[in-house]
Design a protein around this ligand. Sequence first.
Ligand code: HEM
Length: 419
Amino acid sequence: MFQSFGDIPKEKSIDNSIALLKEGYRFIPNRCRQYGTDIFQTRLLGEKVLCMSGEKAAEIFYDKEKFHRKGAAPKRIQKTLFGENAIQSMDGNSHEHRKLLFMSLMTPDKLERLSQITNVLWREKTRDWQGADKVVLFEETKQLLCKAACKWAGVPLQEEEVKQRADDFWKMVDAFGAVGPRHWQGRSARKRGEKWIQSVIEQIRAGKLDVNEGTAAYAMAFHRDIAGKQMDSHMAAVELINVLRPIVAITDYIAFSVVALTDHPEYQEKIKNADDEFYQWFVQEVRRYYPFGPFLGARVRRSFIWNEVKFHEGTLVLMDVYGTNHDSRLWENPEKFHPERFKEWTGGMFDLIPQGGGDYYKNHRCPGEWITIQVMKDSLGFLVNKVNFELPEQDLNYSLVRMPSLPQSGVILTNISSA
Ligand code: HEM
């Protein structure tokens, strides 16, 4: 329940940034539970911040009359995860225009092509893995998806550079919840990545690199913004990275899928040769259950009152992603991993929000959600049906404090053979 105006819980401490780093994914859910509320006020990095959780909160968070993204993402996130002044920080018509560019890459035939590329690369992996003592699934998947993303997007990638490029894409992601070395590694990775992709864009524009018209590289190179101007080559590179980097990030969900099968062995037989519907339930549950994005930020566009709570213009508001995906009002037994729950799910726009909520075209909801689901299904299908492996003694635990979270051991596989 939202409290009446002026009555929302306000945290007394001068700043809670350290508490956020200590509590990670549970920072907002812990406080909502403690205060018996869906909204509270805190202070982070010296600023008054409203935090909110749940389906109803998500619905207003995606109301563009009420919130915008301008000035919401701190520079440290833009310099690592997003790229500066990219789609994530845009609003209004220029955001919708840019979003169309991303959505134009998500047609069924383009998804099918990525799926085919991914499946071919997985088949090649079986050959690479023959005779290997052990492999770390996280590392292998990261490189595989880097190859798949570049091939699909029309970005040339030499075999010798796969590891470095894959590592760099992941480092950009890995920096988002970090201070210190992990953050600085993310910045360097972004600098290297942007330089590389900017030169790809420039070569395409100069006619020195021939890419297929249907690819992301072509689309970014020749896209015209709302004023009819081509993006400068740096911006085009940042947006192309906004396609490549998150495809590599699907690695984490694939690693978590194997953790899920280990923690819930009853699904190991069920998923073998299961139909597409069951795969769908399974990957949806992985996306709901396992931690990735903790929360999202936006600023109040114009002051408004909602449910007797006053939101002042300019206030930073954080929307709880992890807590909403684990909200017991939306999900029965939310702490239970139970793919079958999706049998009954009607596909709400604001309840399952691991990749944001609302409308793909009008809001900031992740345009890559269908790609993510497809790549997860393809990869999981390969791992359960096409290879046999063992999971030796290892630490498959994951932290709810480290952001982003990932299985500790990286998921080590041994005794691999084709099925
Ligand atoms: C591990 C898989 C992924 C996760 C967890 C994820 C998560 C998210 C989240 C939480 C948002 C923000 C939503 C918001 O601000 O309201 C987002 C936005 C975005 N994602 Fe993803 N994503 C994933 C995969 C992808 C893929 C595969 C692509 C592209 C191929 C992609 C491209 C983008 C872009 C361009 C945006 C910005 C959209 C906008 O601002 O309008 N993501 N994603």
